[in-house]
Design a protein around this ligand. Structure first.
Ligand code: M6R
Length: 366
């Protein structure tokens, strides 16, 4: 049940430290420098011989796939393509028998993702599932897989499923990177140790809750909102915008920060809040200059920054801090304030947070 939380969504946001711990427990052995994942170990050759990885998913799970693209390519040096399952299934895609297809689905019941899996299998590809629901249709249809251990997710807006999907995909990328030799031993160990600290760092990020509520109060009446991020945090910007749309019904768009000047900058005026992910690791100076572009057009800036940041603080209307971590793991932290921001805006607007209009938890029709 909801324990002392007002909504399932808030409870599930706060469950992320334990959900992530449950997801890496028994898999991540930082001391020994080992990652054990039976579904990957048993099929290691298929992964190592893959010319490319295709990721298929919908919605938030598709965003987790986009984060995974950055992580797999950066660490394991395997080319990755991420596709909406609904497009993939109908566009006569090129699928080779040496492709590895990763299907990501919290519910394991999404019709479009299921159809994409069947198509990939028909073409001889090996399909690996990342699901949260044990025994779900997708977990049964895939050749192998790894479960996220997020526990039941009741809120229609996905939160802990997203961060645990990223956790599983990061473990996979690290494991393959180690097996391929594309990561140094020092880097590998550093990643493992850092991943173990993430639950604790999420606890710290959650302490910004009251401050985020104030930011929500300030911007709850906005008609539109932009979310910007670069690199690993570009998909987080997309996810932040989706969360706001789903539960508060405020129109929001996510963009890679540098794409602003190619169009969306025309939208900026004193009415437009822009949430910018500007953590210190990862294109920081570039993002700061993107913030300056918004500021000079009177846009309102909400910066998601690393603890102790001063440059963005000087420019922004509000900053929300997250702890420092290595760049590839920042999505696990920057996602937290964006979830809380949309949650509080929706609550302040009196919306039905756990069951937003027109949406279902599992989309079992196409
Ligand atoms: O169960 P799945 O992960 O396959 O669901 C995919 C999407 O329907 C889902 O992520 C949807 O976008 C959520 N409402 C996002 O909060």
């Amino acid at each position: 049940e909801k324990n002392n939380f007002e909504h399932f969504m808030l409870k599930e946001i706060y469950e992320q430290p334990s959900a992530i711990r449950d997801t890496y427990r028994g898999r991540l052995h930082a001391e020994e420098g080992i990652i054990r994942m039976a579904g990957v170990d048993d099929n290691l050759e298929r992964f190592l011989n893959a010319k490319r990885i295709l990721i298929v998913a919908c919605g938030t799970s598709w965003h987790a796939g986009l984060v995974a693209e950055y992580i797999f390519e950066d660490l394991a040096r395997i080319p990755v393509e991420v596709e909406y399952a609904s497009e993939f299934r109908y566009r006569n895609p090129i699928i080779n028998s040496d492709d590895v297809v990763i299907a990501i689905s919290q519910s394991g019941e999404t019709a479009d993702t299921m159809a994409a899996i069947k198509l990939a299998k028909e073409k001889g590809a090996f399909v690996f599932g990342v699901c949260n629901v044990v025994g779900s249709s997708i977990s049964r249809e895939t050749n192998a897989g790894a479960y996220t251990h997020a526990g039941p997710e009741i809120g229609v807006a996905s939160t802990k499923a997203f961060t645990t999907q990223i956790t599983v995909l990061t473990l996979m990328a690290l494991k393959l990177a180690k097996a391929k030799g594309s990561i140094s031993n020092t880097d590998f160990h550093m990643h493992l140790q850092e991943l173990e600290t993430i639950p604790q760092k999420i606890e710290v990020a959650l302490q910004e809750n009251d401050h985020i509520k104030e930011v929500a109060f300030k911007y709850k009446d906005a008609r539109n909102c932009l979310y910007l991020g670069r690199g690993f945090n570009f998909p987080v910007a997309l996810e932040g915008a989706l969360k706001l749309k789903e539960i508060s019904y405020i129109h929001a768009e996510g963009y890679p920060a540098a794409e602003m000047k190619h169009g969306p900058i025309a939208l900026i005026d004193e009415e437009m809040p822009v949430v910018v992910i500007a953590t210190r690791k990862g294109h920081y100076e570039k993002v700061v200059s993107n913030i300056q572009e918004i500021k000079s057009r009177q846009g309102k800036i909400i910066g998601i920054v690393t603890e102790g940041d001063t440059s963005v603080r000087d420019l922004a209307d509000y900053v929300i801090e997250v702890p420092d971590t290595i760049e590839s793991l920042t999505p696990l932290l920057t996602t937290i304030p964006l979830q809380l921001l949309s949650y509080h805006i929706a609550v302040l607007l009196g919306k039905n947070v756990d069951q937003p209009r027109n949406l279902a938890k599992s989309v079992t029709v196409e």
